[in-house]
Design a protein around this ligand. Structure first.
Ligand code: SF4
Length: 234
């Protein structure tokens, strides 16, 4: 499998925000979101065997939360799924696994113990809009969270309608772990660790969420406030 980087930091998004986490970042993506902050993953990377990845993860314990991200990690499903099974079967370490994915690839074979963070693309994502595979909704469980990255009111309206059509009853029934609304960051942010680098003013987003009573969580990418927004490997 081709990896861009493997490192330990704190989780910047989802209900695991702030927890120590090992990040395994895969190379390559089949989408091109307009606001992508990981364009450096599109090309390159280094080949790793499964044994090499496991050894690198083990070297970063006692942290036991591991996120597979990218790029798009599900492009590497043939190697990733056995790796997940191997880590989940480690009864000594008891890893908690996460995957950050667009949901464009089928997710039915991801082990149910893995926490899926599925990023449904909004209109403002440009060419990636409409890429979500609707059949993946049937794979979601209480461990999983659905994320929307928002540039503007149009994106919010799309997310609200998607939530009300597909997710609200799952939240009410307790069969979905969460819904995340996350303001997009500017493509060329200042080096300052400031909310001014977000394309959508979080104050507006909060007001819209309150007005509509959405069962969603405001999600700020806290690593872009802890460190400079363009810093990699954090
Ligand atoms: S799916 Fe992720 S890595 Fe791929 S273009 Fe979109 S934001 Fe970037």
């Amino acid at each position: 499998m081709r990896l861009i980087e493997l490192y330990k930091s704190v989780q910047g998004e989802s209900s695991f925000t702030g927890m120590p986490c090992i990040f395994v970042r895969f190379a390559g993506c089949n989408l091109r979101c307009s606001w992508c902050d990981s364009t450096y993953t599109f090309h390159g990377g280094q080949p790793f065997t499964e044994d090499e990845v496991v050894a690198q993860i083990e070297a970063l314990t006692p942290c036991t939360l591991v996120e597979f991200t990218g790029g798009e990690p599900m492009l590497h499903a043939r190697e990733l799924l056995p790796l997940m099974d191997r880590l989940l079967s480690d009864r000594d370490t008891r890893y908690t696994l996460m995957i950050e994915t667009s949901g464009e690839r089928p997710l039915g074979d991801v082990p149910v113990a893995v926490h899926k963070i599925v990023d449904v693309k909004c209109p403002g994502s440009g060419p990636a809009f409409g890429s979500f595979r609707t059949s993946n909704l049937d794979t979601l469980t209480v461990r999983d969270e659905v994320k929307f990255v928002l540039r503007d009111r149009r994106d919010y309206d799309f997310a609200r309608d998607f939530v009300q059509q597909h997710l609200q009853t799952r939240m009410e029934a307790g069969t979905l772990g969460g819904i995340l609304l996350s303001p997009a960051f500017a493509q060329n942010p200042s080096p300052l660790r400031t909310a001014d680098n977000m394309e959508l003013d979080a104050r507006d987003l909060v007001q819209w969420m309150l007005d509509d009573g959405l069962p969603a969580r405001l999600s700020l990418q806290v690593h872009k406030f802890i460190w400079e927004p363009q810093k990699k490997g954090v």
